[in-house]
Write a protein that binds this ligand. Sequence first.
Ligand SMILES: [Zn+2]
Length: 279
Amino acid sequence: MHRERVSENVYWFQSEVYAQVTAGVVAGPQWAIVIDTLALPEETLAIRDFVEHDIGIQVRYVVNTHYHADHSWGNCFFPGATIIAHALCRDLLAERGAPALDTARKQNPAFRQVKIVLPHLTFNQGTLTLRVGKKNLTIMPAPGHSPDGIAVLVEEDRVLFAGDAFMPLPYVVDGDAEEIAASIKKIGRMGLENIIQGHGDIILRGEIDAAVKENLNYLANIRKVAKTAVRRRASQEFLDENHVEMAGKSRVYLGGLAEELHRRNLRALLRQEKETTKK
Ligand SMILES: [Zn+2]
């Protein structure tokens, strides 16, 4: 696992095991807040170890930026903490968490340690603020990757933990392309020092405009491809010919997962297009 200090008392973690997924810690003098847990128990436990032993404080809050396994299944490793999320995150995790965990346990015995812990403190509109030491955190909706997406802004540092609303390749299979484009545009206007993406590397101030543009361009591109595909008889073949580079993205993104995620995006958008044309 990579670890970096982003600013004073703000840390970033990135998995070397699963899709470059990230997590964060904001530390105060007495306690810390963890933003997202990682995909595998050992990685989340390494974050806990860092907070408890290297910094020497306990974790009081855990934020789940959304309900997906790679961001929320480590909740159980912070039994004393209050879990914060969007109200929809609680609903979705309650509905889909247990069956998904059953499947995961069959594939990887490490997940036998995991228990689904539902968020304790939720909100469904507006923002939530939390003061950690000298830092003010604003927790706000950032939907589109999934309906329950939220982001955490460290006000003093202009550092945004964006969750999967911002990724090297926007991924909309469980979300909505229009909604994620709105979230990305909003993030682009926030005057940030850093964007901490839910997956991938930290985006620095000078790189933000280009990253926003590239992601919006990608979304416009795949929506156009899906619209064209729906009008063709061989729509699936048409989609299969469209590679991720044609939509302005590199296939090496996300540890080589980019092409696969791109395919799934296109299939999901084609399904949605077919639904709308039927109506
Ligand atoms: Zn994710």
